[in-house]
Design a protein around this ligand. Structure first.
Ligand SMILES: *Cc1c(COP(=O)(O)O)cnc(C)c1O
Length: 483
């Protein structure tokens, strides 16, 4: 028997065939030829894996695959996604969704902008001036600096204030943030020397006091934003640590991580230090992320005394860690919303999503279900929980109402895949063989887009395996609860 792979038509044959004419005229010969080779390779691989797999010989079959492949390759790699996962600060989906004014600000400066240009004098300005006044106003700090992200802020603080000198930090705070940010590693790369004190669960003032000496560069406090310690624990409060530092003449650097600008305690969140509180507790320098609880763009925010921030600004490393104009524009517009906490609560999507009421979410879920049913998709609501994400409030579960699009026998994964492959792609949760859509993280203006995307994905799943569409619960209501 001859090798079935010999049935695969050659590149030349396919390119010369009628089915390929429109493809060649749209994409050009070179790109089509390369896509043909990709499809041929897939067919060969499948034939090698499964001896009985049919090897298509028809030009039309190849033209269809090649067209899909070319479309896929032509799409941008970084695309907008509808986040229906219910994870508000979804790091893999770009963490915080920007507020409308921040989006407009980004578009506004996309051309030329006064990034380092003094509009009064026509002379050179500094990009490091842009968000400073707002940050000072909002946190009460004397000085401020914006860098590329919070990891960069911590790196720059350590390198500037403790090069070749000891950073005294509790063993209970040598954290890993994820995405390969481990405090001991960053600390070593910064050129500072780690001086760990205390035990994993308990650190006392005397532990810090015993470590202070002529080699000390600074005291570091790292907020445990992404995990909780319970049981037999003790830590030294920031205020007491700052006083210890003051006695010894060394600054306290407080890495807040998630860094909220408004206190979410009134909505039932556990207390988190805000930047102004951390400063009034005596920290010389406070660092935090721009795209966690603040709900702005990826950025690292440094606030504190000029005596510490000025040298950070002049450090040559600051050049390597500096933010771009799009970041600064988005951050400035986001910060402006915090001048009135009521406005921030309504207009910063991350804050709005975190404090959304159970009644509002239930109403939105009901509305989505009604629209999905109109579009011919079986769906129903169920009680569930959303997560904050971004390593913030790790133990908090936010009650929500999700939309359940049912599936049996593993078809939920097919539907979730179809949703990811849609336009725009939708990220959803799959749980117990069902696809869950959480309205908390979907902008109300995106609801029609979501409904259309789910209907299209359901149709795509049905088209692949008509029998499976019924199994996927797409043609009848689904039962069961997600608690
Ligand atoms: C998230 C976090 C960081 C890193 O911030 P990025 O903005 O992601 O670089 C650093 N420290 C703490 C405590 C954090 O929670």
């Amino acid at each position: 028997m001859t090798d079935p792979r010999r049935r695969i038509p050659s590149v030349e044959t396919l390119l010369g065939s009628e089915a390929f004419e429109p493809l060649v005229s749209r994409w050009g010969r070179t790109r089509v030829a390369s896509a043909v080779r990709g499809v041929q390779a897939d067919v060969r691989e499948q034939a090698a894996e499964r001896v009985a797999a049919p090897v298509p010989a028809d030009g039309g079959w190849y033209a269809e695959r090649v067209a899909q492949r070319l479309e896929r390759l032509d799409r941008p790699s970084l695309r907008r996604v509808v986040n229906a996962t219910g994870v508000v600060l979804h790091t893999n989906l770009g963490r915080a969704a920007l507020a409308e004014p921040a989006r407009r600000a980004v578009a506004d400066v996309a051309g030329y902008a006064s990034l380092e240009y003094d509009l009064e004098t026509g002379g050179r300005g500094s990009r490091h001036d842009h968000c400073v006044d707002l940050l000072r106003e909002l946190t009460g700090a004397e000085a401020a600096l914006v860098v590329n992200n919070n990891a960069a802020a911590v790196l720059l603080a350590l390198n500037t204030l403790s090069l070749d000198r000891e950073v005294v930090v509790s063993r209970g705070e040598l954290v890993e943030i994820g995405g390969s940010f481990r405090l001991p590693t960053i600390l070593a790369r910064s050129g500072a020397v780690l001086r760990e004190v205390g035990a994993t669960n308990r650190t006392h003032p005397s532990d810090y006091r015993d470590a202070l000496g002529p080699r000390t560069g600074l005291l570091l406090k790292v907020h445990r934003s992404n995990f909780r310690m319970e049981g037999y624990t003790a830590e030294v409060p920031a205020r007491e640590l700052a006083a210890l530092g003051e006695e010894a003449g060394v600054p306290l650097v407080h890495d807040l991580g998630a860094g909220a600008l408004v206190d979410l305690a009134p909505w039932g969140f556990p207390p988190e230090p805000t930047a102004d509180v951390a400063l009034s507790d005596g920290a010389a320098v406070v660092t935090m992320s721009g795209d966690k609880l603040l709900g702005g763009p990826q950025a690292g925010i440094v606030v504190g005394g000029s005596a510490w921030i000025e040298p950070m600004r002049r450090n040559p490393l600051a050049r390597a860690l500096r933010p771009g104009k799009l970041t600064l524009a988005a951050l400035e517009a986001t910060l402006r919303l915090y001048r009135d906490p009521g406005v921030a609560e309504r207009e910063v999507p991350a804050v709005r999503m975190l404090v959304a009421s159970a009644a509002e979410l239930a109403g939105r879920a009901e509305r989505l279900v009604a629209r999905l049913r109109e579009a011919g998709v079986a769906a129903e609501t169920a009680a569930s929980t959303s997560a904050v994400g971004g390593g913030a409030y790790p133990t908090v579960e936010l009650p929500t109402t999700v939309v359940v699009v049912g599936a049996e026998a593993g078809r939920a994964d097919a539907l979730a895949r179809a949703l990811r492959r849609g336009d725009p792609p939708v990220a959803a949760r799959v749980r117990d063989g069902r696809v869950l859509l959480d309205p908390r993280t979907v902008a109300p203006t995106d609801e029609p887009v979501l409904v259309a995307a789910v209907a299209a994905a359901a149709a795509a799943v049905a088209a692949v395996e008509p029998g499976a569409a019924r199994a996927a619960g797409l043609a009848r209501p689904v039962g069961g609860e997600d608690a």
